[in-house]
Design a binder for this molecule. Structure first.
Ligand SMILES: [Zn+2]
Length: 218
């Protein structure tokens, strides 16, 4: 394996993890300021990956959408999907997990994880399904259409927080993880349609080790 990817094997603060036994902490709410803008949706094969079937559907965002966490402003760069979820809650997977990848001015990364659960039909999710390329490697640019990214992020009263890593090579550490317990709900048919595009691209769980998992309540 390329030494650039050594952390994937030897890192001790890796992601994803099982979310359990969190320390409850009172804190400030997240302040997402996401705006609809021009986006492109790509269906990628990773050139190199740790997964048997490592591909994803990724939505790249124009500049201007931000989130504030612990006093730091992070800009939304892209979001993408894993099926099934990468994080688990007390050992349980969700059918999917979305990762909203943000970067601060100093280069620090923050990823917001949103679970997707099965239930009612979701209009906003259908919009994404309709626009997703059916061919792997294809990219579609949606000028001025925009996905209302806010609508993908359900209201929360709490969130999990821990320090981890990218879940694909180079598995860089120092990533601030914010995982939201309240999932986006989509129908069983929508889950099935998505799984026809994408499935089994979740990295296995990693040990939490010496790290602390917080549950921030507000
Ligand atoms: Zn991801």
């Amino acid at each position: 394996m390329d030494s650039d990817y050594a952390l994937c094997d030897s890192g001790v603060e890796q992601s994803p993890i099982d979310l359990r036994n969190a320390t409850v902490v009172e804190g400030a709410s997240l302040e997402p300021e996401y705006r609809a803008g021009a986006v492109s949706i790509a269906r990628n094969e990773h050139a190199v990956d740790l997964l048997d079937n490592g591909h994803t559907i990724q939505i790249t965002y124009d500049a201007g959408s931000t989130i504030e966490a612990d006093g730091v402003i992070y800009e939304l760069v892209q979001f993408h999907f894993h099926a099934p979820s990468e994080h688990t809650v007390e050992g349980q997977h969700y059918p999917m997990e979305m990762h909203f990848v943000h970067q601060a001015e100093d280069g620090a990364l923050a990823v917001v994880g949103v679970f997707v659960a099965e239930g009612e039909h979701s209009e906003v999710f259908q919009g994404l399904l309709d626009e997703s390329p059916s061919q792997s490697g294809a990219e579609r640019h949606l000028e001025g259409v925009g996905l209302d990214v806010d609508a993908f992020v359900p209201e929360q009263t709490e969130y999990f927080r821990y320090m981890g890593s990218l879940t694909t090579p180079p598995c860089s550490e120092g990533v601030r993880w914010i995982v939201l317990p309240n999932p986006l709900v989509v129908s069983a048919e929508q889950v099935a349609a998505f799984e026809r595009l994408l499935h089994d691209n979740n990295r296995p769980l990693q040990p939490i080790g010496e790290r602390q998992l917080d549950l921030i309540q507000y």
